[in-house]
Design a protein around this ligand. Structure first.
Ligand SMILES: *[C@@H]1O[C@H](CO)[C@@H](O)[C@H](O)[C@H]1NC(C)=O
Ligand SMILES: *[C@@H]1O[C@H](CO)[C@@H](O)[C@H](O)[C@H]1NC(C)=O
Ligand SMILES: *[C@@H]1O[C@H](CO)[C@@H](O)[C@H](O)[C@H]1NC(C)=O
Ligand SMILES: *[C@@H]1O[C@H](CO)[C@@H](O)[C@H](O)[C@H]1NC(C)=O
Length: 415
């Protein structure tokens, strides 16, 4: 039996005030099996594909806004138009809440930290639900959710159930059509000011760690490239690192000190392309809620010029002829002296989905695009899903990001 004082001690630990859990390397070497696995699937929404770039840029703007402490939309009307996660292509997990459980399809988002359900499938109270009756409001740009907080048991389909998880229940929301909510996997501080009467809300990861269910407040994400519009192609692991999902070395980087990237899973990186540095060492973020790879405007211009690509009006993406694509250099992302190379194929939009975005089968479209803002803002790039489909990623709430090559890093899958 845990005593109350022990419980508060572990709670403090989870809040970063005391004992740390295992490091990413210790997790990778550990034979511990106390991790929670959740299959995740990619959902590409055909009817919205043409808005892809617009969505990603708006999302980036909303992230910068939140990262700089903006809590309400009225503080910055510019973020209007941005949904939290890119709802055009999204990674979704099934989250079971209550007993008997109701299953909700939630967006897997490392760029926000509130977990909530009820925007699609209505929330169902069961015998395990405790109503906290505290009002919740999270502004995500044009999207928002308003509701109240409950405590309930949660699981992701595996044998382990997470007791006493605080989650939000939506009474109204906007911008989340087709999904039921979000599992917010970002740093806890992003929940600040979202619930009346509470400073911050423990995330699922915090709670699992505080309860001693997982050995560290760490999540690992494995995505695989796909040419399908619906595919179970990923796995989220709470409190573990799955060494079977990557090859070679898992490199671990400290979170950047630059704001606003440091409010998220931000790292410092430089980008080189065709023998030229197109972005000097700059802060940016790794984000499961962004689809593309986005670069600050100068870096994007240099990329466009060197690749010979032209902006394509129909898709919003950069476009190449097959002959130009054959000469496309690799794009190198250099973090802490380690180079993560995106092959030409890894810079390419899946050919099979060209027409789905209003493109032509005779062109090659690229997944590198612009942030829409200049360098020097403290958030100069976003490594989104297309990057994470090539590299295994680990997010440690105590301030680290891990990246490793996988069997998909060099794979040719998009032609
Ligand atoms: C296992 O631990 C060693 C020593 O700390 C470290 O060098 C190595 O990278 C770890 N393995 C992984 C896969 O992280
Ligand atoms: C839970 O609390 C909210 C906010 O006070 C309230 O609107 C709602 O009706 C309550 N629901 C139940 C089933 O207790
Ligand atoms: C989609 O990708 C799979 C695996 O890479 C491949 O076998 C399949 O032929 C591709 N589908 C199309 C329509 O190209
Ligand atoms: C990818 O290809 C490069 C260049 O051939 C090679 O150095 C690297 O080890 C490969 N990586 C993986 C994960 O296969």
């Amino acid at each position: 039996m845990l005593s109350t004082s022990f419980l508060s001690l572990v709670l403090f630990a989870a809040l970063g005030l005391g004992v740390a859990g295992l490091s990413i390397h210790e997790l990778a070497n550990s034979t511990e099996t106390s991790s929670i696995r959740a299959p995740i699937r990619k959902l590409v929404r055909h009817e919205k594909l043409k808005d892809l770039v617009v969505h990603d840029q708006a999302h980036a703007k909303a992230l910068v806004h939140r990262g700089t402490g903006g809590k309400s939309l009225s503080e910055d009307a510019q973020v209007a138009g941005a949904a939290i996660a890119n709802l055009v292509t999204t990674y979704i997990a099934s989250m079971n809440v209550g007993s008997p459980a109701t299953t909700y399809d939630v967006i897997v988002d490392t760029g926000s930290s509130n977990t909530w359900v009820g925007s699609g499938t209505p929330f169902r109270f069961t015998r395990t639900t405790r109503n906290l009756s505290e009002s919740m409001f999270v502004q995500y740009g044009s999207g928002f959710v308003v509701g109240f907080e409950v405590i309930d048991q949660v699981s992701f389909g595996g044998p382990l159930t997470i007791p006493n998880q605080e989650i939000g229940v939506a009474t109204a929301s906007q911008g989340f059509a087709g999904v039921d909510g979000i599992v917010g996997l970002g740093p806890t501080d992003l929940t600040e000011g979202t619930v009346q009467g509470q400073d911050t809300i423990p995330t699922v990861t915090d709670n699992l760690f505080a309860l001693g269910i997982i050995p560290a407040p760490v999540i690992s994400v494995s995505f695989a490239p796909t040419n399908l519009t619906f595919d179970v192609n990923g796995e989220l692991v709470f409190g573990g690192v799955d060494t079977s999902k990557f090859i070679g070395t898992l490199s671990v980087f400290r979170i950047t000190s630059s704001s606003p990237a440091n409010a998220f899973f931000g790292i410092d990186a430089s980008f080189s392309f065709g023998g030229t540095t197109i972005l000097p060492l700059s802060p940016g973020i790794v984000d499961t809620g962004t689809t593309l790879i986005l670069l600050a405007t100068q870096a994007f211009s240099a990329y466009t010029k060197r690749s010979g690509a032209v902006p394509d009006g129909a898709t919003g993406l950069l476009r190449l002829t097959p002959a130009q694509f054959a000469a496309l250099p690799s794009l190198n992302v250099i973090v802490g002296g380690v180079t993560f190379t995106l092959t030409p194929d890894a810079q390419r939009w899946p050919q099979q989905l060209n027409t789905a975005i209003g493109g032509s089968t005779s062109f090659v479209y690229l997944i590198v695009n612009t942030l829409g803002s200049p360098e020097g803002q403290g958030l100069d790039f976003i490594l989104g899903q297309f990057f994470l489909e090539r590299f295994y990623s680990v997010f440690d709430s105590t301030g680290f990001v891990g990246l490793a090559p996988t069997v998909f890093t060099n794979a040719t899958v998009n032609n």
